[in-house]
Ligand binder design. Structure first.
Ligand code: FE2
Length: 229
């Protein structure tokens, strides 16, 4: 399986704070059936340039690399790019795509999205420069109109959900509904550390398998894998 959203690179954001913590996260992810982890550190355009971010990300990855043994999941470099009005004009935005793919993971505002915001997403998608993936849609589902997900998907925008969507008592039925109706295309741990925000993909996989059978997990894994070069 692929973990599409994680903060496992050491000392680059509010995720892992050391190489040993990164290795512990990867070891745990491996035990949960993950063989590829997309590292998605936060990128905020109001704090740094794309190039500065890429340099910091490379440095973090280079520091971790000697500890990446054969048994650990493969790490792909990506970013959780914080959306802002006008992001489509950001220089080098393409460089923030997930390694070997056309996928750009966007973290959206934690509020009701305006029509302007939605149109900018649709234009970005229509430009063909990226395949837009909205990060952890479960965190803003309740703030949007119900029909928004159909509108976005019909315009080529894909959705990532966190594992916790499938484990929270009041949310997990909705998570299954979204997954069954092709409105969740990627599942991520969004893990930050081994204490307060550890990986719990196994709980999500178990719940989905138990309720829908494991074929749907195989399907979304295959779908995602095909989008990686
Ligand atoms: Fe995240």
């Amino acid at each position: 399986m692929i973990d599409w959203h994680s903060h496992i690179l050491p000392q680059i954001d509010d995720g892992s704070q050391s190489i040993s913590e990164s290795v512990a996260l990867l070891t745990e992810l491996k035990s949960q059936g993950v063989n590829t982890v997309v590292a998605t550190p936060h990128f905020y355009a109001n704090e740094e340039t794309v190039q500065t971010f890429l340099n910091r990300r490379q440095k973090a990855f280079d520091e971790l690399s000697p500890s990446l043994s054969d048994g650990l999941p493969k790490v792909l470099l990506g970013a959780e790019v914080c959306y802002y009005s006008g992001i489509s004009r950001l220089e080098n935005l393409e460089c923030l795509k997930i390694e070997n793919s056309n996928l750009l993971l966007l973290e959206m505002p934690f509020s009701r999205w305006t029509e302007y915001t939605i149109r900018e997403l649709l234009e970005l998608s229509a430009s063909g420069r990226f395949t837009i993936v909205l990060a952890h849609i479960d965190r803003y589902i309740s703030m949007q109109d119900r029909d928004i997900w159909d509108r976005l998907y019909e315009n080529g925008i894909l959705m990532q959900a966190n594992a916790s969507f499938f484990t929270k008592f009041f949310k997990k039925k909705k998570a299954l509904y979204f997954l069954q109706n092709n409105r969740i295309h990627f599942i991520g741990s969004d893990s930050h550390n081994m204490t307060t925000r550890p990986p719990k993909l196994n709980l999500a996989y178990d719940y989905v398998s138990q309720k829908l059978g494991s074929d749907i997990l195989t399907e979304i894994n295959g779908f995602g894998k095909a989008l990686l070069g």
